[in-house]
Design a protein around this ligand. Sequence first.
Ligand code: PLP
Length: 362
Amino acid sequence: MEIKIKKAQLKNRKKKPVDETKLGFGKVFTDHFFNVKYKDGKGWYDPVIEPYRKLQLDPTAMCLHYGQEIFEGLKAYRGPKGEIYLFRPTENIKRMNLSAERLCMAHIDEDLFMEAMKKLIILEKDWIPHGVGTSMYIRPTMIATEAALGVHPANEYLFFIVVGPVGAYYPQGFSPTKMYVSEEYSRAVRGGIGHVKAAGNYAASLYASRIATNMGYTQVLWLDSSEKRYVEEVGTSNIFFVIGDELVTPPLAGSILPGVTRNSVITLAKHLKTKVVERPISIDEVITASKNGSLKESFASGTAAIVSPVGHIHFRGKEYSINGGKTGALAQKLYNEILQIQYGLKKDPFGWRVKILDGKKS
Ligand SMILES: *Cc1c(COP(=O)(O)O)cnc(C)c1O
């Protein structure tokens, strides 16, 4: 399928942000976006990169009523010679289709998805910031657009991709977060949709997040929904603990999102000869390990920050510090290694980097 490109008129183009340190996250988007429509019986049609605009939806578009909405999040990175990389994009493409499958939405052609991302990023390449740590965030999204009420899988969908420059997550270096253990609320249940990137999961998480924020905490540490005993995720990231000399993370057992960064951390830690164990970890074990000193580090993993160290845990009215509230050595090491692979600053032994545009010859 040929992707049509309709360029925005020069006079309608936005001003690009000049100060890369003020970019933040998710506020600035580029001049164009990609979209393609789907209808049962017809398949995907009219793929186009066109000037960024508002969407037109019928008020009964099913995504607005029954929550058939899924998304992905990945980044494009600028290398030292101006070359452009994606990081393990095939993993996001596959995960998007697993999300689509779980929500009875249309399967998206993997090649079309990849082609759309490449074409859009190359068209918008001047928007990619330059500093290490800055990048172009990519947000592929699929929504049900069939205009009808009544609960059933929609027969029409829109898949779109927007991109925008984002700032460095740690412009002043790491600042370890404080997490609040929620025993009352759940993000996801086993058998539910927690293992896919469905918009509804984030709506479900807001209430507990607000409680945590009001108490002065950065993130919610989610426990399993049935026993409220085992650790699952932190905020919208996967969670790791260093207990003794092992790196421990909960297994993907149905209510945990299989993070691309989680997988990269596991692979890289093993490569660095760290023992990695995927097993259930109870909150009691974490607290006991904190008390007896065997809990050396904890950090979250996700595309936004790569690795986000955790300095404190609040559980049942008490606060426990981890590594004296400071960033641990393993978190720092994994962060540096992954970042350098992403930006083309280091050999990529795992074949994670995908170059989508060559840089200047030196
Ligand atoms: C996206 C996400 C993650 C992290 O996934 P990455 O692929 O590493 O960015 C973890 N948990 C939740 C709930 C998420 O939505």
